[in-house]
Design a protein around this ligand. Sequence first.
Ligand code: ADP
Ligand code: K
Length: 446
Amino acid sequence: MLFNPDIERLPLPQLRALQNARLKEQVQYVYQRVPFYQQKFDALGINPATFRGLEDLPQLGFTKKTDFRDNYPFGLFAVPQQEVARLHCSSGTTGKATVVGYTAEDLGIFAEVVARSLAAAGCRPGMKMQNAYGYGLFTGGLGIHYGAEKLGLTVIPVSGGSTDRQLQLLQDFRPEIICATPSYAQVLAEEVKRRSIPLEAINLRYAVLGAEPWSEAIRHQVQQGLKVEATNIYGLSEIIGPGVSQEDADERGTGSYIWEDHFYPEVVDRETGEPVAEGEYGVLVLTTLTKKAMPILRYWTGDITTIYYEHSYKRTHVKMAPIRGRADDMLIIRGVNFFPTQVEDIISTLDHVSPCYQVVASRQGSMDEVEISVEVDEQLMRQLGLETLTEEVVQQHECLQKLKGAFAKKIKDNIGLSMKVTLLGCGQLPRSEGGKLSRVKDLRNL
Ligand code: ADP
Ligand code: K
């Protein structure tokens, strides 16, 4: 089901024309209303009256996270405060919170793109959805909530955390849909198993997961553990919140549609800022085409991905690959660029390792060291009659030593770096408490 088939299947020439018209309007709008953009355009010699649209877009430079900070709290707003219907803050993965605002019209668009996303994820009017995204200042909870209502779902606004209650409601209310961060969905899947809750006792069919990078290995775990089809939802506060892009349940693994009638995507080289060819990886840059309270031109998301069109897909909108990490998440270890998600790709090729891992980078003298901790799966732990693992225990079991060696070798072969591997038992690594889980610790510059 397509929530808005006319737009989602709009032929590309018409989609481009719509984007062009909207962009020109948005450029004039910010020039008149936001001093930050006015000064910027003047400095760059951009005249909104002669701005030609998409072809001139690269001339506008970038808007960065620091611009939000420098204009904290309301400096980037384009409307008087009375016209702002809601404020949100980003969850602050990096540094001080970012404030964003919405007019009533913006909130309507937010609900529309989330409704489209949920429909693409498999949700249908009349289904029940347990929303385990955090409610509050973070855009996730309320963003999903209003989109779900717009689609015609029955929303159960549980918010994140409270695993006992989540599991109880899954059994009592029998929702077909769960929305959560992937790391929290993993926790729910693990708890269902640990508490021996029979899969018939829950009625889930779809999981809509986002807010942090995740992998096919995590998808597999959640799909098996909760008996769902799990799809990826992506977004960021600076642009609107969740619902910038969404994976279709029938096209899982082929990337997520970007709702490009509202958000115009570009991918640029992380060093030079120049556009890269279709299909190449770089930093995703997004421009809002319809926002009123806080229009943002060429936002440097820091997220590394690639975008591509494929005519066989259900919709005409461009797709983006899963986020490989943030440009600022990338670790440079002994001169080698390395994304922690590469570890996940390797884990998915190994037997008896679960997709729970932690990467810790530290400095020993002048040498960068990386330690990767992974959990051995339950099956092998049970076979060995073990509850927890320590270095000593691993030493005593040949199969664990082999597993550790195989993992270390794959890392060396695929990433080109030697890393210390630590094997742990199920449950020994930190779990999400309802929100995002930080799997990467860089202790080098502390
Ligand atoms: P922050 O996390 O910076 O506080 P937000 O809460 O707005 O701000 O989160 C936006 C960021 O979260 C994105 O730029 C991206 O890095 C990450 N993110 C959101 N959804 C996904 C997803 N589906 N896959 C990977 N990363 C995601
Ligand atoms: K996020």
